[in-house]
Design a protein around this ligand. Structure first.
Ligand SMILES: *[C@@H]1O[C@H](CO)[C@@H](O)[C@H](O)[C@H]1NC(C)=O
Ligand SMILES: *[C@@H]1O[C@H](CO)[C@@H](O)[C@H](O)[C@H]1NC(C)=O
Ligand SMILES: *[C@@H]1O[C@H](CO)[C@@H](O)[C@H](O)[C@H]1NC(C)=O
Ligand SMILES: *[C@@H]1O[C@H](CO)[C@@H](O)[C@H](O)[C@H]1NC(C)=O
Ligand SMILES: *[C@@H]1O[C@H](CO)[C@@H](O)[C@H](O)[C@H]1NC(C)=O
Ligand SMILES: *[C@@H]1O[C@H](CO)[C@@H](O)[C@H](O)[C@H]1NC(C)=O
Ligand SMILES: *[C@@H]1O[C@H](CO)[C@@H](O)[C@H](O)[C@H]1NC(C)=O
Length: 484
């Protein structure tokens, strides 16, 4: 039955093509699956947004269901590197400029390349230029979500929660402008949740106060960590040979690889892409997986407790339901605040820890699939009518970067969703107790309350004055932390 339905679908499509004057180039379905060759998939968490590769589960809501609550947890959009990332990049670039007067071979482009990192004031900021601009991404996401979830906004005021960091706040605002359009200034209420540890559980960026388990030191990129991945040293040798006098190391190569993803965040293309081989890019992407896995992923024992805060608060809201609990929850954070929530939900957990001595190509822990710039985790609560296969009821679906990601242990609902009842039972039995596990000081908030006691002022919907210092973080009223 199913096979013949698929076949007749194909026949139907080819009839359409015949009418258009079919050529062999007009296949109804592409036979080229190019995702793996897309450079953006090899930029780890540093480059422009890409959708997650889908399993083929329909992104649209199953026909008999209606989404009645959504919880968006989104990373800020494309941006410039932070100063602590830009510094080693620029120092490796400087090394080239100091050692060779006229770069040759793969580096010849440097003779007339215009460095996009020449203005330190832009470090850390959301980008605003080029086809992958962060502002554009955030705004478009808002526009797209309004189109999808228009039925969930019936004119009430909606809080938008953002952690207290300027590029994150920027993203929240642009998303809000996209979603609410001409109603943004009055209908949205930007709530800034400071990133400081004293927020305890009342935070989008909770801190763990206990030591972590002993993890490989992948948080820092050192010659020693990179050594097993010989491609970085080999690339250095190749560039050094092309440019006599140059003495790049494997760490320099890693630093220079970062130029391409960041340049794409602000420009249409980057000559740095072609400096390195495909093997180097594949290895670079894997090195980024290691950074996440052992810093804010399943490799670290504090990750799931941290992520349980958001998982638990959204669970409570789903059980309250849309009529009393609210319908739209838009939350904006950093990459390393999303990975803990995935871990707490039991999603994208490899069977074994990631190896640090070779590239495990087939790992499910591919960070470019869940935390590119603008990456987002969406929870949808759906109310569904009965069908032959499914009971009527309330179900939960998880969507990561616009691809449905089912819970392997709870997927018997429409569109591989999980019944709210089973979802609740699962989380209640698996979620760690954040406050206890992370030893949160008694004087700090022990639960997340801003979903319930948010502010309705529109005062923070727009930036006033200068962009505050990025690295300091901001208070709830958008002052640099430590100044009030
Ligand atoms: C579910 O059934 C009710 C009653 O027939 C109908 O009003 C509603 O539109 C249905 N919902 C969906 C999502 O089809
Ligand atoms: C949205 O904006 C329109 C046009 O200004 C206004 O008439 C309407 O009341 C606004 N709705 C809300 C909920 O703010
Ligand atoms: C709401 O405003 C009060 C001051 O009136 C402030 O102390 C509090 O942190 C704000 N809460 C949020 C969620 O922004
Ligand atoms: C993580 O492991 C360390 C070392 O074993 C331990 O001290 C700490 O309590 C653990 N933290 C959590 C949250 O499990
Ligand atoms: C290149 O740098 C390394 C240390 O990074 C040093 O040991 C080596 O002597 C240098 N080689 C040349 C030719 O300068
Ligand atoms: C919920 O759990 C029950 C009992 O394990 C199972 O029969 C049912 O299929 C589950 N429903 C969903 C939607 O996963
Ligand atoms: C989970 O959220 C509910 C509702 O806010 C709260 O009462 C409860 O203490 C939270 N549980 C944990 C472990 O944080």
């Amino acid at each position: 039955m199913l096979v013949s339905a698929l076949v007749s679908g194909l026949v139907g499509a080819s009839v359409v093509n015949a009418q258009l004057g079919s050529t062999s180039a007009q296949k109804p379905f592409s036979q080229e699956i190019q995702d793996g060759y897309n450079p953006l998939k090899h930029f780890g968490g540093l480059g422009p947004y890409t959708n997650r590769q889908s399993y083929g589960i329909e992104r649209e809501t199953p026909e008999q269901c209606e989404v009645d609550q959504v919880f968006l947890l989104m990373r800020h959009g494309e941006r410039y590197p932070d100063s602590f990332t830009a510094a080693p990049m620029l120092s490796s670039l400087q090394k080239i400029q100091n050692s060779v007067k006229t770069p040759k071979g793969s580096l010849a482009f440097l003779n007339d390349w215009d460095n996009f990192l020449s203005d330190p004031n832009l470090f850390s900021q959301e980008s605003f230029s080029g086809p992958y601009a962060g502002h554009l991404n955030a705004y478009n996401r808002g526009v797209d979500y309004r189109a999808r979830y228009d039925h969930l906004w019936t004119g009430e005021q909606v809080p938008i929660f953002t952690s207290g960091y300027e590029r994150v706040i920027d993203t929240a605002r642009k998303f809000g402008e996209g979603f609410f359009g001409y109603n943004y200034s009055t209908a949205a209420a930007i709530n800034i949740i400071p990133e400081t540890p004293d927020q305890g559980a009342n935070s989008l960026t909770p801190t763990c106060f206990t030591p972590t388990n002993n993890v490989p030191s992948w948080i820092s990129v050192t010659a020693e960590n990179l050594a097993p991945f010989k491609i970085f040293a080999a690339e250095a040798d190749r560039l050094n040979e092309e440019n006599p006098g140059l003495n790049l190391t494997n760490v320099d190569v890693y630093n220079l690889l970062q130029f391409a993803p960041f340049e794409f965040n602000v420009r249409k293309t980057s000559p740095w892409l072609d400096v390195f081989t495909r093997d180097a890019w594949e290895t670079f992407g894997y090195a980024n997986n290691l950074l996440y896995y052992y810093y804010a992923g399943p490799g670290v024992n504090t990750t799931a407790p941290i992520g349980s805060v958001y998982a638990n608060a959204t669970l409570a809201k789903m059980n309250e339901g849309p009529s009393t609990g609210g319908k739209l929850f838009f939350n904006f954070v950093h990459d390393t605040n999303i990975t803990p929530v995935l871990a707490a939900l039991g999603l994208i957990i490899p069977d074994k820890d990631l190896p640090t001595t070779y590239v495990q190509h087939d790992t499910i822990y591919q960070c470019s699939e869940f935390v590119p710039m603008g990456g987002h985790l969406l929870l949808e609560r759906m109310t569904c009518n009965a069908t032959k296969q499914y009971d009527a009821g309330v179900y939960v679906r998880t969507i990561v970067n616009e691809a449905v990601l089912p819970h392997e242990d709870c997927q018997d609902g429409p569109g591989f969703s999980c019944s709210l009842q089973n979802y609740t039972a699962k989380l209640q039995s698996t979620l760690p107790e954040y406050a206890t596990a992370c030893d949160v000081p008694a004087e700090y908030p022990q639960t997340l309350s801003f979903f319930w006691d948010y502010n309705t002022t529109t005062t923070f919907n727009y930036l006033k004055g200068d962009i505050p210092s990025q690295l300091a973080g901001t208070t709830w009223d958008e002052k640099p932390v430590g100044t009030n």
